[in-house]
Design a protein around this ligand. Sequence first.
Ligand SMILES: Nc1ncnc2c1ncn2[C@@H]1O[C@H](COP(=O)(O)OP(=O)(O)OP(=O)(O)O)[C@@H](O)[C@H]1O
Ligand SMILES: [Mg+2]
Length: 510
Amino acid sequence: MGAAIDYSDLILKLENVNKSFPGVKALQNMQITLARGEMHAVCGENGAGKSTLMKVITGVYQADSGDMYLNGEKVVIHEPNDAYGKGIAIIFQETSLFKDLNVLENMFMGHEPVKKVAGFINNIDYAAMRKKADEIFEFLGITGQIDYDEKIDNLGVAAKQMVEIAKALTYDARVLIFDEPTAALTNKEVRALFRTIARLKEQGMSMLYISHRMEEIFEIADRVTVIRDGSYVRTAEIGHVTEQELISWMVGREMNEMYPKAEVEIGDTVLKVEHLKRGGETDGFPLKDISFEVKKGEIFGIAGLAGAGRTEMAECLVGLRKYDSGTVTLNGAQIHNKNYRDAINRGFVYVSEDRKKYGLVVPMSVEENLTMSILYRLTQNGLIDFAAEDKLVDRYMAELRVKAPDREFVVENLSGGNQQKVLVAKALCAEPKILILDEPTRGVDVGAKSEIHRIVSTLAQTGLTIIMISSDMPELLGMCDRVMVVKAGAKTGELKREEFSQEKVLKLAL
Ligand SMILES: Nc1ncnc2c1ncn2[C@@H]1O[C@H](COP(=O)(O)OP(=O)(O)OP(=O)(O)O)[C@@H](O)[C@H]1O
Ligand SMILES: [Mg+2]
């Protein structure tokens, strides 16, 4: 992208970096270089050490050993403020902004411009703050797009991210780090972020960029570094590498087919939804007369833009949200799941897109999370069969390649993608009859993604009924037998597998 980059002109260099956590060698003799004005992607499987590396660079974690050079000079970063002071900033995926403060306050928190009042009292200089904010927004090409006085809590993910970037620039950042910035963005928001990134690049910003999305890396990166199991694999210029090569360096083994859809005999209708409606006055998510049916062995996809009402519809089905009218029929009998317990009792399991809200108890272990909802099944004469529990957990950890030292490992200390795998494993442990998956592979690496697809496909073969919501179009079209498209709470169409194309889905969704 843009002018040729001089890869010997390094702004940042790390050598022999080691970082261990109890039971985990997260980084071993890690190295990376970042040239001035470069966009450098970092890829690797879930748990490879990408986020840890970025946290070491920004002082969130202290390396156990290793060297870091900034503009050729050796530096030691003890804490995040040191990094800021040296012009290195990270845009976390889970925002670090204060949600009760407004945009301007967040941007200048702790280093507000001040002016003297009556010659000696330091007062915050709001005019200077606004002027500086204006300059930064202009620099980013987002003038007027976000209200400075808006509370952070009232902003969407994309706007929060922009505020984080703007905040970094108040520290005159010269190195910006992005950790999976697009994972929770809509396509349109991704385009806006990329325009901002392109602008930053034009202005000479050096950037590190973590993503599991190959197409993004090929679109915006100049070079890519691959890491595997905490170790450096290699660095390549993006024009000199193919997607297949990148993946093989990441996984260190042969990859399966991406969307392994098994041949399935589709059975009778299991779930029938008729005229589902809700006003959505309280939460802004109306549903306008949605009807569909899903058969035994079928994978039924739901496509649509973020905010179209896909998640809300799923939540209505499993009792996490209320609907005003409409009927739901399960195997011929009308049902109404008033809460999630009802749904579970009827064989539904919902894998939420929000794994921390519904799903995982992060301070608990992998084992506890996997089996907490099925302990009754593992109990005989009032005693839990611990051996059976361990066996079950081992099986799912292996099948989904959950990267943790052992079953007792606390979920909160797993990498993001591995937490997602635990969430899916937990759903599978529950042996559902109707499995509803909402963005099941978000943040999951290519290898694990294909494992999840293979498992879902096998489950359909064994007669499960599966509903899959996903913003990942190739995934949806690769896996599903039929896809329903929703837009603003209404069904705009339904496509059979033989009719699938990205264009058709997009046309119905837009
Ligand atoms: N605070 C912590 N305590 C213990 N182990 C940790 C901690 N943070 C990370 N780890 C472990 O370090 C390893 C690397 O994790 P890291 O988050 O860097 O992976 P990642 O490459 O960012 O993965 P993902 O793609 O899933 O985000 C993992 O095995 C993880 O469980
Ligand atoms: Mg990570």
